[in-house]
Each structure stands twice: as C-alpha cells, then as structure tokens.
Design a protein around this ligand. Structure first.
Ligand code: PGA
Length: 236
C-alpha cells in the first residue's frame, strides 16, 4: 500500500496559499511521489483548490465535519458538503478539536461514520498527552481512544502524540514502532496508520521507514511547498 502524506493546514491559509499547492504540483509533475498526497486546507479554500488542482495527483480533504448531513448547526460543515467541494478525506478527532471543542470519542466516531456516509475516508486521530506518556500509559490511552472512536472499517488512523504537535519534539523511533505495532494489533492489516507530530523534512525519512508507519500527518511543515515536497519525496 502506498504511503499517505497528508498536510493539515489547520487555521492557516488565504487564497494566495494556492501558490504553494501550485509549487507542489510542479514538483510532482517532475518527480512523481511514491505516495498519495493529500492537503487538508481550511474549509474556505477547499472547493477552489480541489477544482483548480483536479488534474494533479494532489487530493484534498477537510479538517473536521459535523455528524449530521444538514440542519440547524450554525458554523458547522457536513461531510456531504466536503465531498461536494471535492474532498476525498476528512480529519476527525484531531487533538485540537478534542481539546478546544470538547470532542469525546463518541463524537469522533459519529463524525467518522458521517464521513463514510458521505463517501469520504475518515482520518481518525488518537494520541496521548505528555503526562500519560510519562506515566507509562500511552498505549492504553491510545487503545481506549481507538476502541471509542473508530468506525467499523475503511478508515485511516493518525497517531499523534499531543506533546509532539507543533513542539519540535518527536518520540524515539522505538516508541513510534511500539505504538504503531500496538495500533496494528487493534485495527488489523488493512488500515493505514499515519504518524503525526513535528514531522519535518529532516526527520521524515527516518519516521516513514519505521514498521507499520503508513504515512504522515503534517501540520506546520505542510504550509510551505518546499518543506512538504521534501517530506513527500522522503516517502518510502
Ligand atoms: P505539526 O502538527 O506537524 O505542526 O506538529 C501535526 C498535526 O497537528 O497534525
């Protein structure tokens, strides 16, 4: 299975950011990646980018969706709307959503099921906080999140230790291998398991070579085509 390199732009990017996608598409035209390349821009940019870059190998996704198909939910975006805008994937249960919006495992599962209902692949995020890692509970915490958040099948998991997101810190290769093996034991052979948390051009090759790492979910380093392109190029 080809690795999936997914960029999570978070709440960053105005229309001018299309220039970064253009540059990445240019790189891929010269040097096609061995991986699938996905960009999850803010919802405001999704339809425009998906349409403009439809003929490139770059796919687009959402960063969150509501569990319902439509209705009185001011400010929310339905999975069906993301699909209509050209998305193939949607991130659900990112730790920033779990923390900022109080999303429970149950909520995350409902969103993952909504994504599937709309024909999208959910990227379900899990990961321990620093105190849980220090206490030796990281694997149990993640197993609990998986048990509570995953839909039945046809999903991608992103393991993102919360303490590694945006900090420049990463777990050791041994810790990533141990966690990904534990997740593999829970999800079976078919699901891709991404690693996320301070993936950069300088560490991507080593991280992407670890057993059971099926790709990366990249935040900060996905905003610049030069960095994201280097990560794509590092994919095995
Ligand atoms: P980061 O974010 O690469 O900036 O650490 C990763 C993420 O939150 O998906």
């Amino acid at each position: 299975m080809a690795q999936l390199i997914a960029g999570n732009w978070k709440m960053n990017g105005l229309k001018a950011a299309a220039a970064e996608v253009e540059a990445l598409a240019g790189q891929l035209a010269v040097t096609p990646g061995r991986c699938e390349v996905l960009i999850c821009p803010p919802a405001t940019l999704l339809a425009g980018l998906a349409e403009r870059f439809a003929a490139t190998p770059i796919s687009f996704g959402g960063q969150d969706c509501h569990a319902q198909e439509s209705g009185a939910h001011t400010g929310d975006v339905a999975a069906e709307m993301l699909a209509d805008a050209g998305a193939s994937h949607v991130i659900v249960g990112h730790s920033e959503r779990r923390a900022d919006h109080g999303e429970s495992n149950e909520t995350v599962r409902a969103k993952a099921l909504a994504a599937q209902r709309a024909g999208l692949t959910p990227i379900v995020c899990v990961g321990e906080v620093e105190a849980e890692r220090r206490a030796g509970n990281a694997i149990d915490v993640v197993k609990g999140q998986l048990a509570g958040s995953l839909p039945g099948a046809a999903f991608v998991v992103a393991y993102e230790p919360v303490w590694a997101i945006g900090t420049g810190l990463t777990p050791t290769a041994e810790d990533i291998a141990e966690m990904h093996a534990a997740i593999r034991g829970e999800v079976g052979a078919d699901a891709a398991i991404l690693y996320g948390g301070s993936v950069k051009p300088g560490n991507a090759g080593d991280i992407l070579a670890i057993d059971n790492v099926g790709g990366a979910l990249v935040g900060g380093a996905s905003l610049k085509a030069a960095d994201f392109g280097a990560i794509v190029a590092a994919s095995a």
